[in-house]
Ligand binder design. Structure first.
Ligand SMILES: [Zn+2]
Length: 441
């Protein structure tokens, strides 16, 4: 019925595009009970009579369609399948309403449990790559981007953050309804809800507002540890171009988290990452860089994830010397030694579904960018990064899109000779499992 992502064959539906999600959720932190109504504005990408949405671990109470006639639906495991009475033509827009409820829990996956997760006293949503279906019916493909309105009603003791801009806050009988509007195209896995006893710390105002949400006892630490955040934002903006969204919020949960994770305009860290000793500060620029590489420019399929993680890792190396740490070239050469001693059986452009979070995706991805930079020079490399972020803003991309843009910049700057060098450099780094040597600095 639909060609899906070979890296996650049971997810997503490529015959539809969801333009907008309107999510109306009621949630009790004390019982982890979620009741939701989701209204999806769906566009048929081709003539179709059937479609499927992703929804896992929750019970569907009602499905209705307007703008087309629903014949029947069935919800089994993680797939909500809808059959229409008549074929709708490509380009037709219709609305699907799903009423659902249950006790949301993370979705098990080859990469660990992801999605809606209860904390000691609150909720975190960290969905990469396939956890979005743990809390709303969605077309869970990274390149199927939509706008959102997310309304969450919960106990008033908690603060709710969703992606987008706060559009309303209504207190009533011990509960508060928080409404967020997201006007930027957003992948389902980057849609987020964070619930906790958070207080807001203002980090910087420009070029966009930067805030931290922290438990009260971490306010002082957040001010002290993140005093540089305005400078970090300024440096990344200078290197990558304008920040793609209207604000940035760092959430620090009151629990420890193994790894931080990115969402749209938001990054989520554990208490441990705020108190981090030397070394883990690198995760702050890493997560911020994902706003450009991952969240604005998104992978068309998970196969291309080095375009997220290699770029975010390279941002760590670019920021390091500016923060008084090791130089970018020194970091690249240190990691090259590590990877040279490791098995050389991973192809960056097609690593295989189980390897998408392999550390070599990050480090070799960053090294690929460094090798490219050493070959073309800063005067070509940084404009290329900015062009990549600008040309594919809010869109899905593949490794070949990056290759083509790099060749375009090489051709413009150095004609056939430089184009040939870049073509063979990218082939060696992206398509061959053997680790190439780094060019001389
Ligand atoms: Zn990352």
């Amino acid at each position: 019925m639909s060609a899906t992502d070979p890296y996650e064959p049971t997810h997503g539906c490529r015959t539809i595009h969801v333009e907008h999600y309107d999510l109306d959720l009621s949630y009790r932190v004390s019982t982890n009970r979620l009741t939701g109504t989701a209204v999806l504005r769906v566009q048929a990408r081709e003539d179709l009579k059937e479609l499927a949405l992703d929804l896992e671990g929750l019970t569907v109470k009602k499905v209705a369609v307007s703008g087309a006639a629903l014949a029947k639906y069935a919800h089994r495991q993680s797939r909500l399948r809808l059959k229409l009475a008549d074929k709708v033509a490509a380009g037709t827009t219709f609305e699907v309403t799903v009423g659902y409820e249950g006790y949301p829990a993370p979705v098990p996956s080859a990469w660990g449990e992801v999605g809606w997760e209860e904390l000691t006293d609150g909720v975190i949503v960290a969905s990469q790559p396939i956890g979005a279906s743990s809390w709303f019916p969605c077309n869970d493909l990274p390149a199927d981007k939509a706008t959102y309105r997310t309304s969450v009603t919960t106990e008033s003791a908690y603060r709710v953050l969703a992606h987008g801009t706060l559009a309303g806050r209504h207190v009533r009988a011990g509960t508060t309804r928080w409404v967020y509007e997201e006007r930027h195209p957003t992948s389902a896995y980057l849609a987020t809800v964070q619930i906790g006893r958070y207080e807001e710390v203002v980090l910087a105002e420009g070029p966009v507002p930067q805030r931290a949400l922290v438990p009260a006892h971490l306010r002082g630490l957040a001010r002290e540890k993140l005093a540089y955040h305005g400078q970090l934002m300024g440096e990344l903006t200078a290197m990558f171009g304008p920040y793609p969204f209207s604000a940035y919020t760092l959430v620090f949960t009151d629990d420890e988290l193994e790894i931080p994770v990115e969402a749209q305009g938001v990054s989520i860290f554990g208490t441990n990452h705020l108190a981090a000793q030397d070394g883990e500060e690198r995760l702050i620029p890493h997560e911020l860089a994902h706003q450009w590489f991952g969240n604005s420019v998104s992978v068309d399929r998970w196969q291309h994830i080095w375009l997220n993680e290699g770029f975010a890792c390279y941002a760590e190396w670019l920021w390091s010397p500016l923060a008084g740490g090791a130089g970018t070239d020194a970091l690249a050469r240190t990691w090259h030694k590590h990877l040279a001693a490791d098995e050389q059986d991973l192809v960056l452009a097609d690593p295989g579904p189980t390897n998408i979070f392999d550390d070599r995706i990050y480090k070799r991805g960053a090294m690929t960018l460094h090798a490219l930079r050493l070959t073309v020079g800063d005067g070509v490399f940084f404009p290329l990064l900015r062009d990549w972020a600008a040309r594919y803003r809010y869109r899905g991309v593949t490794t070949d899109d990056f290759r083509a843009l790099a060749l375009e910049h090489a051709e413009a700057a150095g004609g056939d000779t430089l184009t040939r060098s870049v073509r063979s450099l990218l082939a060696n780094w992206l398509d061959d499992a053997r680790l190439p040597a780094l060019p001389k600095a």
